[in-house]
Design a protein around this ligand. Structure first.
Ligand code: ATP
Length: 446
């Protein structure tokens, strides 16, 4: 039940309150957009995640507008008036307006934060021709648009009136109360069958907000799990990528795994029992090791494969339609995981380790270090590789080989490799020793 104070909160989205939540510049931007919609006599709404996050008092400047009218024409008009680019997606009646610095100046909304891009969508109804297929869409009204959405908590909209506040919240499915009750609930019984990506989304939102999945929603989800097999690789990949960018991916992964969802993606896809500690380490250690959230998500992808052999990993990569660079990194990581004993064995030479690690990507050895940090000898050698060995190069180069009168050919590479290995293995420690070895190798080659 909704208390009277909740009701008050539901309807009273005053300018002050919005300004506090989104910042004054963003509110001015919204008002400017509303003014143009009003001039076109088109009803306009802020909808989805941004409204959910307003209620949750979480920062979110991802402005998604829904129009009961032609959203593409509207976004193009804004771009003509204020500058910036539009990216249109005609089949779904959506457009992204990308703002540049000139646009931001032209909008005169002050110096506060505003988003770099804004999404506009024509309000629509959807029909699913088959389970897990993309829907057929038709223009509709805002209430229909909200009712086609994934979860009640995401099916909220604020009607933006030009020049006046408060803005009313539309909540046809009880999403506001579900936010207060911390529950993820679908809007209809076929929701997961129509679109099994919602299974991934449900766990993602539940984990992010600390919500639970409402019990009949959880039952419906379990029934729809086999339909995941029908999803395209690209759609599953997109969902996994979003999960890997969450704060605690391991929680979501463990929930998906417990329901056997990875096995539906591919028979051989199973996550490591150690994935929780691996992701924790990734979160704690990686920012110092490399930094960007893209890099961290990339290493996260590899951790999903930490218990899978290279052949199977490549089949899963193909199922998920992963880009070639990422598949190669996953394959390299699988090779590394298969050679952990060799990497840590006392007899393995530093130069051999260097040659091996040189052949796989930085993402792969970073993931390898995360997974093997408890094995002292492996950790130590991988760190030495990263910090010292991989940078070691002989001081002698191709010109020295030419000067020595050696005919150019594969022998050049061989000699330079031997010199590099000798440096890495500590067999030579000075330039004099290097030259001595060099002359010996040239003599042998002649
Ligand atoms: P985030 O906070 O992760 O950006 P979001 O709620 O903004 O999440 P988006 O993926 O950006 O989600 O989608 C915007 C809105 O579109 C959602 O809030 C939801 O209402 C709707 N939506 C997105 N994906 C689906 C889906 N698969 N089925 C139904 N509705 C969806």
């Amino acid at each position: 039940m909704c208390s009277s104070s909740n009701l008050e909160q539901r309807t009273a989205w005053t300018r002050e309150r919005l300004s506090e939540a989104l910042g004054e510049s963003a509110v001015r931007l919204i008002a400017t957009i509303a003014k143009h919609a009003h001039a076109e006599k088109v009803a306009i709404y802020l909808a989805g995640g941004v409204v959910r996050d307003l209620v949750l008092e979480r920062e979110n400047l991802d402005l998604d507008f829904v129009l009961e009218g032609d959203a593409i024409a509207f976004a193009c008009k804004l771009a003509r008036l204020y500058g910036g680019e539009t990216e249109r997606h005609i089949p779904f009646g959506t457009a992204k307006w990308k703002l540049n610095s000139a646009t931001i100046n032209n909008l005169s909304v002050g110096s506060g934060a505003i988003p770099a891009q804004i999404d506009f969508a024509t309000a629509r109804t959807e029909a699913y021709p088959a389970p897990a297929a993309l829907p057929a869409v038709e223009p509709g009204l805002i209430a229909q648009d909200l009712l086609r959405r994934d979860f009640t908590v995401n099916a909220l909209a604020l009607r933006i009136e030009a020049g006046s506040c408060p803005w009313d919240m539309l909540d046809p499915s009880g999403g506001y109360n579900d936010i207060l009750g911390k529950e993820i609930r679908v809007l209809h019984d076929r929701s997961f069958i129509d679109d099994p990506t919602r299974i991934f989304r449900a766990f993602r939102f539940a984990s992010r907000f600390g919500f639970s999945i409402e019990s009949s929603t959880a039952d419906m989800m379990r029934e729809a799990i086999p339909v995941i097999q029908r999803l395209s690789g690209e759609r599953i990949r997109h969902e996994l990528d979003l999960i890997l960018r969450e704060e605690y991916p391991e929680r979501i992964i463990s929930n998906l795994s417990a329901l056997g969802i990875f096995a539906q993606i591919h028979d051989s896809f199973r996550t490591s029992v150690r994935s929780a500690e691996q992701f924790k380490r990734l979160r704690e250690d990686m920012p110092q090791m490399c930094g960007s959230s893209d890099d961290i998500a990339r290493v996260g992808w590899l951790l999903l494969f930490s218990d899978i052999a290279e052949d199977d990993a490549l089949l899963i990569c193909a199922r998920l339609d992963l880009p070639r660079g990422l598949s190669n990194a996953i394959a390299g990581f699988a090779r590394l995981m298969a050679k952990v004993d060799w990497l840590g064995a006392p007899g393995t030479k530093a130069s051999a380790i260097t040659r091996f690690l040189d052949g796989i990507s930085a993402t792969a050895w970073r993931a390898g270090l995360i997974c093997n940090i408890d094995i002292h000898s492996v950790k130590e050698r991988m760190e030495l590789y990263m910090e010292v060995w991989r940078h070691r190069q002989p001081t002698i180069n191709g010109n020295d080989l030419i000067r020595a009168g050696l005919r150019p050919g594969p022998i050049y590479r061989e000699i330079l490799d031997k010199l590099r290995s000798a440096w890495i293995d500590g067999e030579i420690e000075s330039e004099d020793q290097e030259r001595e070895l060099f002359l010996k190798l040239v003599n042998e080659a002649e």
